[in-house]
Design a protein around this ligand. Structure first.
Ligand SMILES: Cc1ncc(COP(=O)(O)O)c(C=O)c1O
Ligand SMILES: [Zn+2]
Length: 424
């Protein structure tokens, strides 16, 4: 028996069956899944979760499917890395990286939400699976559709980084580059979903898709030993992830797996596209749309679908909003790479840069624990972001003499020689 009872409007509470509906007919509010928590409580203990394979379906009773999972058998349960060198650099004791830059199969947090949306697309009988995307979602939808044998259409702004375009193209979907920004792409896809009846992960399947993001919250608590940190810093674009991390944590309390206060959840954006941060600063409940201009293209969404849910979640947990310039984002990408050996894309740079600001401002105190959500991989955007700034390889001939000459010219000869003799 499934634990999924149906859908409910987040704003007015109107109830709906678990179909491909994306807004409330009464008030146009977003719809969310409703579960039988009494049943979940009986079925999901810490021991049961821990006995299951390390993927996002460990929490399947809290995910909105009615049959068996169809995909995502290696998605989720990404590393929670204790970042000691980074923490020491920033002057805090306990800092973790939730590393979705190595999520399977397409190296971003989107593999969580797509695992659920794709499974639900099949359950609801869609033959065509698609999305409106800033790049990572298109990669994930294309990959999961290939594995499932679904016809696939992904819609993206026409100016994305090459790695993001190729990262979809390899799976051979129909890729539509729209001359416009993400908000234009999203508007078009809403019309297509309505006209053609296709299943769009983040439009008419959004209520299911969004639930996949809760698994980031579940895993953070489990990987910390069934406890909450003091702070979580999350990037915000369309606003799916941040409120669902909080929803996931609340559900863990609801079913009795974790107790204690929810962490303060902070929203990180790029200064060139920060509608949610502005709304938090100005005390607005609904963010005002902005026109994005930032290197952080994956989070360049000027009119976030779930913006007000982000505002509400940040406020209710005692968090803040923090925006970082492109220069700060690039600096944070470099810092994470040099201290922890993790290469993230600008979305992760914005999240870490925001964390650095919050530590400097004293919002995150040195003795408090913080989890930084790194949601995407730097290899996809390397050329366009850090490509021009990095050291080129030195080039030499094939002889040892030439290498030693290089060492001498770089002032490294003595150190290298003593290092070599030390090891022999
Ligand atoms: C790498 C990355 N991080 C974060 C986000 C933000 O996602 P959300 O729409 O859940 O706010 C996105 C996508 O839009 C993304 O691609
Ligand atoms: Zn409603």
């Amino acid at each position: 028996m499934t634990t999924l009872l149906g859908l409910k409007c987040h704003l007015c509470g109107a109830k709906y069956p678990a179909e491909a509906l994306w807004v409330c007919r009464e008030c146009l509010g977003p719809l969310e899944a409703v579960y039988d928590y009494a049943l979940v409580r009986q079925r999901l203990t810490r021991e049961i979760v821990e006995s299951r394979p390390p993927n996002l379906w460990r929490y399947r009773e809290l995910l909105p499917i009615t049959g068996e999972p169809r995909t995502g058998f290696n998605s989720g349960f990404t590393p929670l890395v204790r970042a000691r060198r980074l923490a020491a650099t920033l002057g805090v004791d306990e800092l973790y990286i939730k590393d979705d830059s190595v999520n399977h199969p397409t190296l971003s947090y989107k593999d969580r939400v797509v695992s659920i949306a794709a499974t639900r697309a099949i359950e609801l009988g869609f033959d065509v699976f698609g999305c409106a995307s800033t790049g990572n979602l298109a990669n994930s939808v294309s990959s999961h559709a290939a594995r499932l044998g679904l016809e696939c259409f992904v819609f993206i702004p026409n100016d994305l980084e090459l790695g993001k375009i190729l990262g979809s193209a390899i799976f051979h979907p129909h890729i539509v580059g729209v001359r416009g920004n993400y908000d234009d792409v999203n508007r078009l896809c809403t019309q297509i979903a309505d006209r053609l009846g296709w299943g769009f992960a983040n439009i008419n399947l959004r209520a299911y898709y969004a639930e996949g993001a809760k698994t980031m919250g579940f895993e953070i608590a489990e990987q910390l030993g069934w406890r909450f940190p003091s702070h979580i810093v999350s990037p915000v674009a369309g606003g799916t992830l941040l409120p669902r991390i909080a929803r996931g944590l609340r559900e863990l309390k609801e079913i009795g797996l974790v107790s204690g206060d929810l962490p303060k959840i902070h929203a990180a954006q790029a200064a060139g596209c920060a509608p949610v941060v502005r709304a938090l600063e100005q005390g607005l409940e609904f963010p005002e749309p902005v026109k994005p201009s930032t290197i952080a293209k994956s989070i360049a969404i000027g009119n976030p679908a779930d913006g007000f849910q982000v505002v509400r979640t940040v406020q209710s947990t005692g968090g803040t909003g923090v925006a970082s310039t492109d220069e700060e984002i690039l600096g944070a990408i470099q810092l994470l790479a040099e201290t922890e050996g993790i290469f993230t894309e600008p979305a992760g740079g914005a999240t870490l840069a925001g964390t650095v600001s919050l530590i400097r401002q004293g919002v995150i105190a040195p003795d408090e624990s913080v989890v930084v959500c790194i949601t995407g991989n730097g290899y996809k955007t390397a050329a366009e972001t850090v490509g021009g700034r990095l050291q080129k390889p030195i080039e030499i001939g094939r002889s040892l003499d030439e290498f030693e000459a290089y060492l001498r010219s770089a002032g490294l000869a003595a150190g290298a020689a003593s290092g070599a003799s030390g090891r022999s």
